[in-house]
Design a protein around this ligand. Structure first.
Ligand SMILES: [Zn+2]
Length: 97
């Protein structure tokens, strides 16, 4: 019977160490998920800006029909032969003229 107490204490210490290791792993995984979620949210909030366009340029006002512009008429600038690009969201579409 005298050997039962040290074995019980040893079992409790091993269980406690297991709980500590499990808690540390959960905190590490939760922290990594939060960092990844924050980075994804920041990249979603900052849409890609259209490339620099020279000042003297032809502008066409068109309804954009994208999620960010809605159906508002926004300035579209030439972006390659036969295409224009929205100045607000950067969406490309065929030149109507
Ligand atoms: Zn747009």
């Amino acid at each position: 019977m005298r050997d039962v107490l040290p074995i019980a204490v040893l079992v409790l210490l091993v269980l406690g160490a297991g709980v500590v290791v499990t808690a540390a792993a959960c905190l590490t995984i939760a922290g990594a998920r939060q960092v990844r979620r924050r980075a994804r949210r920041q990249s979603a909030e900052a849409p890609a800006r259209p490339a620099h366009v020279p000042l003297q340029r032809r502008v066409v006002w068109l309804a954009c029909h994208t999620l960010s512009c809605g159906h508002l008429r926004t300035p579209h600038y030439p972006a390659g032969p036969g295409y224009v690009m929205c100045d607000q969201c950067g969406a490309h579409r065929r030149d109507p003229s």
